[in-house]
Design a protein around this ligand. Structure first.
Ligand code: HEM
Ligand SMILES: *[C@@H]1O[C@H](CO)[C@@H](O)[C@H](O)[C@H]1NC(C)=O
Ligand SMILES: *[C@@H]1O[C@H](CO)[C@@H](O)[C@H](O)[C@H]1NC(C)=O
Ligand SMILES: *[C@@H]1O[C@H](CO)[C@@H](O)[C@H](O)[C@H]1NC(C)=O
Ligand SMILES: *[C@@H]1O[C@H](CO)[C@@H](O)[C@H](O)[C@H]1NC(C)=O
Ligand SMILES: *[C@@H]1O[C@H](CO)[C@@H](O)[C@H](O)[C@H]1NC(C)=O
Ligand SMILES: *[C@@H]1O[C@H](CO)[C@@H](O)[C@H](O)[C@H]1NC(C)=O
Ligand SMILES: *[C@@H]1O[C@H](CO)[C@@H](O)[C@H](O)[C@H]1NC(C)=O
Ligand SMILES: CC(=O)N[C@H]1CO[C@H](CO)[C@@H](O)[C@@H]1O
Length: 344
């Protein structure tokens, strides 16, 4: 009898997603119902496909979440991160902080677009697909489900390497530097602590954290944790990876904050948040109250997901997420303005 009850609870627990009712007012040009008539099944197409993909390999979820973050922080959420490099300069994918983005994530976005295009035609932007895929990665890994404002357009150009470096802070960053970098983007300290919780899933290469092991061990790192990391990374440049969250590496939960309290955060940029009086109290809140983390994560993701978006007639709906539409040269950036002036 008791075991039957347990089974029911377990089954329910596995299927009940935590849903955020909060629906912040979207920025001008985006809406929660953007594709209601042009592609009504958009969100179920993406959700169903990603469910299958994640059953095969859950590490794709982390790859898709990080892809959205890198897209939004550099030049806005405009799918510029998806563009392959071209003769006119290196694309975001080739700038140093992006080399570790998962190739599987780029492929997943292109595959999703093919599925969507087959049902709706080429009406959905790559930037919107990235935003929905990131939300689904969170929700299907056990994290909060939330509504995503839609209507983003895709950029005609990729960001310069300089813009990429200036906006994506390295994992060796201290808290002051992180606060300043995010403030320049319009994100506050609460967003910083909350969005860093994205490190509750996924993996990192040795080079992202060996600054804390060699030549001297970071005193702000648990000794057993450090010794185990040294086995994974015997040298600074060992080509190995480890999980971001040692407690529940594939589950989107609040354990990242418990890791920080135990000095088991992986990057300088993670662990520093627990040493700084400006960020510590929120970590304590999230570590003991997952609901508080989930509610704020949904809000901060919607905020991040609307940074410098292109809307209306800006940019384009890319035919191929990896390439600018043919014919849309740099000069076409000006065309919509000219058209607006002459025809309306
Ligand atoms: C606050 C500044 C941040 C820094 C310095 C940072 C840094 C990093 C680094 C260095 C890695 C590992 C890359 C590698 O070695 O392969 C990583 C992985 C990851 N980051 Fe961040 N990150 C930040 C913010 C974010 C945000 C805002 C999100 C999403 C909300 C996020 C989500 C992820 C995920 C999911 C992974 C794992 C990717 C995978 O497994 O493929 N990060 N991050
Ligand atoms: C899952 O995907 C990751 C990243 O794309 C890859 O490194 C890993 O080898 C894959 N695992 C399996 C079992 O295929
Ligand atoms: C890019 O950054 C480098 C190094 O900071 C600088 O020398 C160069 O002038 C920058 N280029 C542009 C186009 O801003
Ligand atoms: C934080 O990092 C920045 C950039 O690397 C550096 O200029 C600054 O001195 C550091 N601040 C502290 C308090 O260590
Ligand atoms: C990679 O990490 C694993 C797990 O910690 C370890 O057993 C292995 O020796 C490491 N590989 C290298 C090349 O150091
Ligand atoms: C790692 O790099 C640091 C700084 O460049 C160097 O002092 C140290 O000897 C290196 N350690 C190993 C194990 O490669
Ligand atoms: C946890 O956080 C939620 C959302 O902020 C709040 O409503 C709830 O009262 C908190 N629970 C506890 C036990 O503090
Ligand atoms: C999409 O564009 C990329 C980059 O130009 C190219 O390599 C790829 O073949 C294109 N895919 C399709 C289906 O045309
Ligand atoms: C954030 C990150 O992973 N940066 C790495 C990008 O790649 C360069 C070159 O391999 C590394 O030096 C960075 O640490």
């Amino acid at each position: 009898m008791a075991s039957m009850l347990m089974l029911i609870l377990v089954l329910f627990g596995a299927t009940l997603a935590w849903f955020s009712d909060a629906q912040p007012t979207p920025v001008s040009g985006l809406s929660y119902t953007f594709y209601k008539s042009t592609c009504p099944k958009l969100e179920s197409i993406i959700r169903n496909q990603l469910k299958k993909d994640f059953n095969t390999n859950i590490s794709l979820a982390a790859g898709l979440l990080r892809l959205h973050f890198h897209d939004c922080f550099v030049q806005g959420c405009d799918a510029s991160v998806l563009l392959d490099g071209s003769a006119s300069g290196p694309g975001e994918q080739e700038a140093p902080p992006n080399l570790t983005l998962q190739q599987a994530a780029f492929k997943a976005i292109n595959d999703l677009r093919a599925l969507i295009d087959a049902q709706c035609g080429k009406v959905v932007s790559c930037a919107d697909v990235v935003a929905i895929a990131a939300r689904d990665s969170v929700a299907l890994s056990g994290g909060p489900d939330y509504k995503v404002p839609l209507g983003r357009r895709d950029s005609l150009n990729f960001a310069t390497q300089n813009a990429t470096n200036a906006n994506l802070p390295p994992p060796t960053s201290n808290v002051s530097f992180l606060i300043t970098t995010l403030a320049n983007l319009g994100l506050d300290t609460t967003d910083l602590v909350t969005l860093s919780g994205g490190h509750t899933i996924g993996r990192a290469h040795c080079q992202s954290f060996t600054n804390r092991l060699y030549p001297t061990q970071d005193t702000n790192m648990d000794k057993t944790f450090a010794n185990n990391l040294k086995l994974t990374c015997p040298a600074n440049d060992t080509a190995n990876t480890t999980v971001n969250d040692i407690r529940t590496p594939n589950t989107f939960d609040n354990k990242y904050y418990v890791d920080l309290m135990n000095r088991q955060g992986l990057f300088t940029s993670d662990q520093g948040l627990y040493s700084d009086s400006r960020t510590k109290s929120l970590i304590l809140t999230f570590a003991v109250n997952q609901t508080a983390f989930f509610e704020q994560f949904a809000l901060s993701m919607v905020k991040m997901g609307q940074l410098s978006v292109l809307t209306g007639s800006q940019g384009e709906i890319r035919t191929n997420c990896s390439a600018r539409n043919s014919g849309s040269g740099l000069w076409s950036v000006l065309e919509p303005l000219v058209e607006t002036a002459s025809t309306f």
